[in-house]
Design a protein around this ligand. Structure first.
Ligand code: SAM
Length: 405
């Protein structure tokens, strides 16, 4: 696990974690990523300017136009989108996101043959831990949207059988857009959640752990590290991200984690198979029809006394501050995250109850990213509008208990 890429170029922020499945970067490519990361960092610092624009210009104008204060985040957004600061900040942020994917795309494309060969060689080390299934269909909510502007989303192959989408996703991606907040291996969510379970539920010792929508395993691998006795499984609909995920896990030395191509709406595991089923930054990329089906599957594949957890950014309605709500909705308007809005208007507790969990068994708590040394992530992300906000995510979930318990 070297910290620098083999061509000795400075990795983005000079910290990004390298592994043998990853794309390598030249000096100029790394410099470009550093520039993109710098813009993300500046955008995060400038985000509070939107709040200033709101109170100085937008709120008074809305009050004048409406004859009252704005009633909801939609009215606030209608005012904000006419404001030059919001327009400038949003345009820069959108462009930086487009630039990040284009930069990753060119890095991965120029070495795709070599990268695919490395991934294939790593996957050949433990072929039984990667199960692809060509009959799994890409759901329309993934196929029809370039999620967070990522060209081709998670499932598109450039060459048949490739790892392109996974390699581009891992190529500086979360590390840049979170300004290093999730740690060098972008695993701060997994370290946070697995660490929370270990700290707060010392008697809960899951033997089988499942993540639905694992992408390249950023969040899953900390579970394999912190629960070394457990059988840890990640499923996803995207074959290119899974090929890369398995190669990355092998490159990082994991032997207790496996990956399978499966639709979370119709898992092929037997009833009661897992003690812990979780999703991370996943539900907001599904759909109104898929979400209830996925939650029902979570309930079905959980063993009695098992735990189901879902990690998402705090919902808009967790604050009554309308400009904060509007800023949290930024990704729905400008970053190709259409379902996020609907998810935020849902009550996940109600959804979990409809999926079979008892209301008395629901859990909900706030969580910070954690670094490998156990420290909490500190810097705000670019889309954390309130610079002072500490809590990064809200976790919603439930225990599966026997009705008679
Ligand atoms: C935002 S990414 C999740 C990131 C990942 N959980 C993490 O924490 O690093 C969403 C992932 O969910 C996958 N996905 C979307 N719908 C799915 C479904 N119905 N079943 C399985 N995977 C799905 C996508 O292919 C994508 O890889």
């Amino acid at each position: 696990m070297s910290k620098t890429s083999p061509d000795h170029s400075p990795p983005p922020f000079t910290e990004i974690g390298y592994h043998a499945a990853a794309a390598t970067t030249s000096h100029d490519e790394a410099a470009r990523f550093n520039f993109i990361g710098g813009v993300y960092r500046q955008l995060a610092k400038l985000a509070p300017g939107n709040r200033t624009a709101y109170s100085a210009r937008v709120a008074p104008k809305l009050k004048q136009d409406l004859g009252r204060a704005p009633a909801d985040r939609h009215e606030v957004h209608r005012g904000m989108k006419r404001d030059p600061f919001w327009q400038w900040w949003s345009a820069l942020r959108r462009n930086n996101m487009e630039y990040r994917w284009a930069a990753g795309r060119s890095v991965v494309l120029r070495q795709l043959d070599a990268l695919n060969a490395r991934v294939a060689a790593l996957n050949a080390v433990a072929p039984d831990r990667l199960k692809l299934d060509a009959s799994v269909k890409t759901p329309v909510y993934i196929a029809s949207v370039d999620n967070h502007l990522m060209p081709g989303s998670y499932q598109t192959e450039v060459l048949p059988g490739d790892a392109f989408a996974g390699a581009n996703y891992d190529c500086g991606g979360l590390f840049l857009s979170t300004v290093g907040f999730f740690g060098p291996y972008s695993d701060g969510a997994g370290r946070g959640l697995a660490g929370w379970i270990k700290d707060n539920l010392p008697d809960f010792k899951p033997r089988r752990i499942l993540e639905i929508g694992c992408t390249v395993g950023h969040t899953l691998l900390p579970f394999a590290e912190l629960f070394p006795e457990a059988e840890v499984v990640g499923v996803d609909v995207g074959a290119p991200v899974l090929r890369y995920a398995h190669a990355r896990a092998t490159a990082l030395g994991f032997t207790n984690v496996s990956f399978a191509q499966m639709d979370g709406e119709a898992l092929s595991f037997p009833d009661g198979h897992f003690d812990l089923v979780f999703t991370s930054m996943f539900l907001h990329e599904t759909s109104g029809k898929a979400l209830p089906r996925i939650l029902r599957e979570c309930h079905r594949v959980l063993a009695m006394d098992g735990l189901n957890l879902h990690l998402e950014l705090p919902a808009f309605h967790e604050t009554s501050d309308l400009i904060e709500q509007c800023m949290r909705e930024w990704d729905c308007y400008y970053n190709s995250e259409p379902f996020w809005r609907t998810l935020n208007d849902m009550n996940l507790g109600d959804q979990l109850t409809a999926a079979g969990f008892a209301r008395a068994d629901l859990v909900s708590f706030g969580l910070d990213a954690r670094r490998a040394d156990g420290s909490l992530g500190g810097a705000p992300m670019a889309n954390a509008s309130a610079a002072k906000r500490r809590q990064t995510w809200t976790i919603s979930g439930a225990w599966k208990r026997s009705p008679s318990a």
